[in-house]
Design a protein around this ligand. Structure first.
Ligand code: PLP
Length: 394
C-alpha cells in the first residue's frame, strides 16, 4: 500500500552536494582516483584533547539524558568564549546546544516562521536556509550577491527586498560558498534596516574563526538594538574539524528562546551527553586552541595554492575568499555552464566540485571549490582542471 507523503516535503530538495559526493564515491568504488573539492569539511583530525575528553566521559558513563539546553559545563565554556573572543555578554540560559548548526537553523526557522512570512536570503546560499524556510511554509526572497562586489552584501539591494511580510534576514558570515566576510560597516547597515523594519536576523557564523588577511568576523548581535532580534548560529564542525560529532549551538536573547527550545525539546531532547562533556572539557584547552589556529594557517596556505593555480589556467578565474574554505570558480569563458563543466570535470578528469546553480538562481557560470583538502590533492586537482580546460579548446 502506498502512503501519501506530507505536502511540506514537496518543497524540500535532496542535497545536491550529497549527490555529487555519492557519484564521486561510486567512481572511487570503481577504482577511479577522485580529487574532492566538493565536501565542506576539514580533512584534519579532531584535536586529540577533545576526543580524549569524550572517551573519558563515555567511560565514566555520562551516557544519560542531559538538560534540554545542553550541559551546563559546555554552555559555560561557550559563554566564556563569547565573552573573551567577542566581548558578548550572554548567560548560559541564552545558549542552546544543538545537534549541529543544521539543527539550530531548522529549530530557529520552525520556531519563528509562519506560512506567508518572507525570509531574505543572500544568494548563492547554503541550501539549508531555503529548504528549512520551505519546511516552515515561509517564502524565501533571494538577494543575489555579485562577483564584481566580491560577493559582498549590498545594503541597498537588501533594502529593496524588504516588504511588509518580511520577518527574517539570513546572514551567513563568513559566507558559504563564496568565502566573503561581511565588514562591520555593512553589518551596521543591515542592523539599521533590521531595527527600522522590526526584523529578526539569523546570523550563521559557523566559520567565524576561519578568516584570513587579518580580517575579523564581527557578529551582528553586537550592534545596537540587535541583541533582541539576533539568532546566532554556530557550531564545532568546521573550526575544530568535528563534522561527525554533530554539535552546534544557538545564542539568543532569553526573550527569543522559548519557541526554539520547544522545537528542540521534541525533536532531539538534547545533544549526545558524552560528546558535549568532551567538548566542554577541551574547549579552553591550549592544545585545542593551537590546533584550531594551525588549521586556519593551513587553510590560508591552501587558499594561496588554489588562487595561484587557477590564475595560471586560461579562461578560468576565482575570487579571493577572506574566510571559510570555499571559493567560486568562474567558468563562463569556457562556454560550458557550471553544471555541465562540473559533471564533465568529475566524469572525465576525476575532480568533484559543486555547480553553484544549486545555491541560487543566476550562478550558472560558477562552481564551488572547497579547499579543505591537502596541498598535494589541491595541486593534483589544479593539474587536472588545467588539462580538462585545455582540452575543451579542441
Ligand atoms: C554555512 C553553514 N552553516 C551550517 C552548516 C552546518 O554545520 P553543522 O555540521 O554544524 O550542522 C554548514 C555546513 O556545511 C554551513 O556551511
Amino acid at each position: 500500500m502506498l502512503f501519501k507523503h506530507a505536502q511540506r516535503t514537496d518543497k524540500i530538495a535532496f542535497s545536491p552536494v550529497r549527490k555529487v559526493l555519492e557519484r564521486a564515491r561510486q567512481l572511487e568504488a570503481e577504482g577511479r582516483d577522485i580529487v574532492h573539492f566538493e565536501i565542506g569539511e576539514p580533512d584534519f583530525d579532531t584535536p586529540r584533547p577533545i576526543s580524549e575528553a569524550a572517551i573519558a566521559a563515555l567511560r565514566s558513563n555520562q551516557t544519560h539524558y542531559g538538560p534540554n539546553k545542553g550541559m551546563i559545563a559546555l554552555r559555560e565554556a561557550i559563554r566564556a568564549k563569547l565573552k573573551s573572543g567577542y566581548g558578548l555578554d550572554y548567560s548560559i540560559e541564552e545558549i542552546l546546544v544543538t545537534v549541529g548548526a543544521a539543527e539550530g537553523i531548522m529549530a530557529a526557522m520552525l520556531g519563528y516562521l509562519d506560512p506567508g512570512d518572507e525570509v531574505i536570503v543572500f544568494t548563492p546560499a547554503f541550501m539549508n536556509y531555503v529548504n528549512c524556510a520551505n519546511m516552515a511554509g515561509a517564502r524565501t526572497i533571494a538577494v543575489p550577491l555579485r562577483e564584481e562586489d566580491d560577493f559582498a552584501v549590498r545594503p541597498e539591494a537588501l533594502r529593496a527586498a524588504i516588504t511588509p511580510r518580511t520577518k527574517m534576514i539570513i546572514l551567513n558570515n563568513p559566507h558559504n560558498p563564496s568565502g566573503s566576510v561581511t565588514p562591520a560597516e555593512t553589518i551596521q547597515e543591515i542592523a539599521d534596516l533590521a531595527v527600522k523594519h522590526n526584523l529578526l536576523v539569523l546570523t550563521d557564523e559557523i566559520y567565524d574563526q576561519i578568516v584570513y588577511d587579518g580580517v575579523q568576523c564581527v557578529s551582528c548581535t553586537a550592534f545596537p538594538g540587535m541583541r533582541k532580534r539576533s539568532i546566532v548560529v554556530n557550531g564545532f564542525s568546521k573550526c575544530y574539524a568535528m563534522t561527525g560529532w554533530r554539535l552546534g549551538y544557538l545564542v539568543v536573547d532569553a526573550s527569543l528562546l522559548p519557541p526554539i527550545l520547544k522545537i528542540h525539546q521534541y525533536m532531539l531532547a538534547c545533544a549526545p551527553t558524552f560528546l558535549q562533556a568532551g567538548v566542554a572539557v577541551a574547549m579552553m584547552d591550549e592544545e585545542v586552541k593551537r590546533a584550531a589556529r594551525d588549521m586556519v594557517a593551513e587553510f590560508a596556505r591552501r587558499r594561496e595554492v588554489l588562487i595561484r593555480g587557477v590564475a595560471a589556467i586560461d579562461r578560468l578565474c576565482v575570487n579571493t575568499p577572506r574566510g571559510a574554505f570555499y571559493a567560486m570558480l568562474n567558468v563562463e569563458l569556457t562556454g560550458l555552464t557550471g553544471a555541465v563543466f562540473a559533471m564533465r570535470l568529475l566524469e572525465e578528469a576525476g575532480v568533484a566540485t559543486v555547480p553553484c546553480e544549486v545555491f541560487g538562481e543566476g550562478f550558472d557560470n560558477y562552481l564551488r571549490i572547497s579547499y579543505a583538502t591537502s596541498d598535494e590533492r589541491i595541486r593534483e586537482g589544479l593539474e587536472r582542471l588545467a588539462a580538462f580546460t585545455g582540452k575543451l579548446r579542441a
